[in-house]
Design a protein around this ligand. Structure first.
Ligand SMILES: Cc1cc2nc3c(=O)[nH]c(=O)nc-3n(C[C@H](O)[C@H](O)[C@H](O)COP(=O)(O)OP(=O)(O)OC[C@H]3O[C@@H](n4cnc5c(N)ncnc54)[C@H](O)[C@@H]3O)c2cc1C
Ligand SMILES: *[C@@H]1O[C@H](CO)[C@@H](O)[C@H](O)[C@H]1NC(C)=O
Ligand SMILES: *[C@@H]1O[C@H](CO)[C@@H](O)[C@H](O)[C@H]1NC(C)=O
Ligand SMILES: *[C@@H]1O[C@H](CO)[C@@H](O)[C@H](O)[C@H]1NC(C)=O
Ligand SMILES: *[C@@H]1O[C@H](CO)[C@@H](O)[C@H](O)[C@H]1NC(C)=O
Length: 450
């Protein structure tokens, strides 16, 4: 009897204690790279968390789906992946921490190989058991000192509401098309799609195709289509000097003034007859589940105010992941996941709201002084390495080594020189500061891709 009482008391005390250390609950939205890497680190720290994922899959945009429009559950298809995609950054800059890409893979893997890699990652770090699939987050509200997260099972339509202490937002932002709305679109008799719905070049065989935009998608999809199309009319206003030897069917044009029934009239007055148009005009930031209680100001091209490009300054128990432009995004997401975990773990404390706000305001003022758009607040570019240094200094996480930034810089250079050959290089990390580059020995074989 005495022993029993001791046992019960012990149980009570231990239970109470573990309830105390486990008192912080974290909600992770999305099971793409942002969600998976967060899950891994939260798990390693023994933090109580749940990942809510709207589809039945992990990997987010890296899962190719031949369909467009809506999925089997009536949700808009999230992925923007196309069949021939290979990464636009070399292997060392596409790796999640401590989990190298297989040696046998080419220097710039296909989406297929990369998707397999993410599957292996999720299994290895045993995070699948923490993911609630088919749970679509529909509303996140700040109520008292908690986040009330409302999510819906996309098949049963059952609605759930739970309170969390922290929310990590990882729903991706390459899914909602940014449409340019050019006059005369309704007159045009051909087809118009956005790169989000681009899957295969085959359907453009022998057709006259107009690609709009010269960002990564515009260049990559343009060259993919030009292999089979009759002409590839490329309309853009980039001031970059592309020295790529474009094929004979490539026609460079400035911005479009308007469409008519049969083609496009450009701002220089010239006209091209075209059959199909692909808008590679980028994406909008889209956080439909956040309302004003989040304290964030949400626009299609900016999300503000964020400290360290991720912490919601007005409600610092919310972290918005992946809002860095011109960076090694995978490496950056991994660092953000570690920073967020260290924050939740209590390894460091953030500066006061005023201090964070002042720092952000200084950055914003500098952008506005230069008469740049607010969207520039998300650009890292040459500040990328400094960013990693700051994250580590503040939070104690291991620093992303400077070699990552250096590889990206040389890769960018190679892209500018020749979009057909930049993926022929193999990059090998020697140490935190140095790497070597050589021509890959085995050329990539496209027919082995799928
Ligand atoms: C075509 C294309 C090519 C790219 N190529 C490269 C490349 O070569 N190298 C590189 O580094 N980056 C590349 N990227 C960037 C890519 O977005 C990142 O590599 C990375 O996939 C971002 O991961 P994420 O987790 O932030 O978002 P995502 O991969 O988009 O994942 C978001 C997840 O959240 C889920 N979700 C969304 N809304 C909700 C909701 N309301 N409730 C629940 N779940 C939700 C989605 O279903 C999805 O699974 C590319 C992007 C695209 C579109
Ligand atoms: C692009 O190249 C042309 C011709 O080589 C040169 O005159 C021009 O200055 C270059 N522009 C930039 C932005 O480098
Ligand atoms: C569209 O505009 C071009 C250039 O002005 C013209 O040559 C062409 O005939 C027009 N197409 C139609 C169907 O009006
Ligand atoms: C938090 O700090 C502990 C102790 O220094 C360390 O072991 C752990 O890795 C840190 N966690 C993160 C996510 O940085
Ligand atoms: C690529 O792979 C296909 C399918 O295995 C093979 O038939 C073809 O010869 C290969 N091409 C090269 C250039 O190695």
């Amino acid at each position: 009897m005495y022993k029993l009482i001791v046992f019960v008391v012990l149980l009570y005390v231990c239970g109470g204690f573990s309830a105390y250390v486990k008192s912080k609950r974290v909600c992770v939205i999305g099971a793409g790279i942002a969600g998976l890497s967060s899950a891994r680190y939260l798990k390693e720290e023994g933090i109580d968390f749940t990942v809510l994922e709207a589809t039945r899959y992990i990997g987010g945009t890296w899962r190719y789906d031949p369909r467009t429009g809506t999925d089997e559950n009536g949700l808009p298809l999230h992925t923007s992946m196309y069949k021939h995609l290979r990464t636009n950054l070399p292997k060392p800059t596409m790796e999640l921490r401590g989990f190298p890409l297989p040696e046998r893979l080419p220097s710039f893997p296909s989406w297929h190989d990369y998707y397999d890699y993410l599957q292996a990652y999720a299994k290895h770090f045993k995070v699948l058991e923490n993911i609630k699939f088919l749970h679509n987050v529909v509303l996140v509200r700040r109520i008292g000192d908690k986040w009330r997260v409302k999510h819906e099972h996309v098949i049963t339509k059952e609605v759930f509401e739970e309170d969390y202490d922290y929310v990590l937002v990882g729903n991706g932002h390459f899914s909602k098309p940014n449409m340019p709305n050019i006059p005369g679109e309704d007159l045009f008799r051909g087809t118009i799609i956005h790169s989000h719905d681009y899957r295969v070049p085959d359907i453009f065989k022998n057709r006259r195709v107009l690609v709009v935009g010269a960002g990564p998608s515009g260049m990559d999809i343009g060259l993919d289509v030009a292999e089979v199309s009759k002409t590839l009319v490329h309309s853009h206003h980039s001031r970059i000097n592309f020295t790529t030897p474009f094929p004979p069917n490539y026609i460079k044009k400035p911005d479009i003034k308007e469409f008519n029934e049969t083609g496009a009239i450009f701002v220089d007055g010239s006209f091209e007859e075209v059959d199909d148009v692909i808008y590679c005009t980028g994406f909008e930031y889209d956080y439909p589940f956040l309302d004003e209680s989040s304290g964030l100001t949400l626009n299609p091209h900016s999300v503000v105010p964020l400290y360290r490009y991720m912490v919601n300054i007005n409600q610092p128990s919310m972290v918005v992941m992946g809002l860095v432009v011109r960076a090694c995004l995978v490496v950056a997401l991994d660092a953000q996941a570690r920073y967020a975990t260290a924050l939740i773990k209590g390894n460091f404390t953030l500066p006061s709201r005023d201090e964070m706000m002042q720092e952000w305001q200084r950055r914003m003022d500098a952008i506005r002084e230069r008469k740049l758009r607010d969207s520039f607040i998300h650009i890292l570019a040459e500040k990328e390495d400094e960013y990693y240094a700051q994250l580590s200094e503040e939070s104690g996480i291991d620093r992303v080594p400077p070699v990552m930034f250096k590889i990206r810089a040389l890769d960018t250079q190679a892209k500018l020189e020749n979009l057909y050959t930049y993926r022929n290089y193999e990059y090998t990390v020697i140490d935190d500061h140095t790497f070597t580059r050589k021509i890959e020995e085995k050329p990539y074989n496209k027919s082995l891709n799928i």
